[in-house]
Design a protein around this ligand. Structure first.
Ligand SMILES: Cc1ncc(COP(=O)(O)O)c(C=O)c1O
Length: 373
């Protein structure tokens, strides 16, 4: 059994993808070919923002807005310690300091009520709080109603990390559209993934869109001369071939979201009450990047995961070590106990196979093994 089955999906779209790839081989515009703006137009319409700037990965999609907004040394950027390392890594790459804020019990997302205190802590350390990066973890958007309010109260702007949330909604609006700017990843395992690395940035802000496009190509200026550089940038372009793959995947994405919801419902109806299943609060939908549950303790998690492994069923722990306890972040001076909810989740969480093509009999088998263990 696969944790994520990309082959069944590939079989469904293979012919159309191959036609598009052949067209690119023939037209020869391998970098920034016409498929790139075509995709950006469709993605902006899908997310509901004025602009979409595609790029080379989800990590660059997070880094580019920080660079474009001039975040740097002396600045603090707030985020959660219960996320993939890239969310905090980009803050460090920009030269700023990550300031962590614990997550909410009940969801895996940042707690809006703790943001104000974290801003105060950053200021007490002599840092200038600039931005907040909430993460739509496992596919569920964060609470942008409260977060946008708290960010405004504290004079900071929001960069939404929708790497996992793409396709999810909050109050009818799609992940990627929240805050000043949103970022997503098209890593193959993501809800909308390409056949390599890719990402995108979303914003309604015309000036930010202009600067992001410059940052994406080595800080080039607006003029015709591409060797006219006005700022420090990166090589952050999305390959034309990846754009073509994404155009075909986007065409079936809504259908796949329905299938993911079916899988999540099937899991939850069997497992609720036996392990803590992920609940989607009213007003939200999840893209189910992961189906993650909580065991009652670490020993129970290891026992269940061991039983799954014995049955040939893959399961994964996202994330075993919260970022404030990672070796790379020891210099920030955090200690065990600083973020109790994240630490508790890290000790009990595990994720089950999740993809739109998971069969009912596989779900039955996975749940039977868990219930027996
Ligand atoms: C929450 C989160 N942020 C950022 C990233 C980085 O995306 P990428 O791997 O495309 O650089 C990922 C995925 O890997 C992620 O899960």
């Amino acid at each position: 059994m696969q944790f994520i089955d990309l082959i069944t999906q590939k079989n469904r779209i293979r012919e159309r993808v191959m036609q598009r790839l052949e067209a690119i081989v023939d037209h020869g515009q391998y970098v920034m070919g016409p498929e790139v703006p075509e995709l950006e137009k469709q993605l902006a319409a899908y997310v509901g923002t004025k602009h979409c700037v595609s790029c080379s990965s989800g990590t660059d999609a997070l880094l580019m807005p920080l660079m474009a907004m001039g975040v740097g040394p002396g600045d603090a950027v707030l985020t959660t310690p219960f996320t993939f390392v890239a969310t905090a890594e980009v803050i460090s790459l920009a030269g700023a300091t990550p300031v962590f804020v614990d997550v909410l019990p009940g969801t895996f997302n940042i707690d809006p009520d703790l943001v104000g205190a974290a801003v105060g802590q950053a200021r007490a350390k002599g840092l200038n709080p600039k931005a907040l990066i909430p993460v739509d973890l496992f596919g569920l958007p964060a609470d942008y109603g409260r977060l946008e309010q708290v960010a405004a109260e504290n004079g900071i702007w929001i960069l939404e990390d929708a790497a996992q949330g793409f396709g999810g909604t909050f109050r009818g609006r799609r992940a990627g559209c929240f805050g000043l700017v949103g970022a997503t990843s098209f890593f193959p395992a993501k809800p909308l993934g390409c056949y390599g690395d890719g990402g995108a940035v979303f914003t309604d802000d015309d000036e930010l869109d202009r600067v992001l496009r410059s940052v994406r190509v080595h800080g080039q200026g607006d003029g015709d001369d591409k060797y006219f550089n006005v700022r420090i940038g990166i090589n952050g372009r999305l390959d034309t071939m990846q754009a073509a793959v994404l155009l075909e995947k986007l065409a079936i994405f809504d259908d796949e979201l329905v299938a993911r919801q079916r899988v999540a419902d099937a899991y939850s109806s069997r497992l609720r009450g036996r392990v803590e299943v992920p609940e989607v609060p009213s007003g939200y939908t999840s893209s189910w990047a992961q189906y993650s549950v909580l065991a009652s303790c670490t020993a129970e998690r290891e026992r269940i995961m061991g039983a799954l492994q014995q049955a040939g069923i893959p399961s994964v722990v996202y994330y075993r070590i919260p970022l404030h306890l990672q070796k790379a972040y020891l210099d920030l001076g955090y200690a065990k106990g600083d973020f109790p909810i994240s630490e508790d989740f890290s000790s009990r969480v595990f994720s089950l196979p999740m993809h739109p093509y998971l069969k009912d009999e596989d779900i039955e088998e996975i749940c039977a093994v868990i219930l027996k263990a």
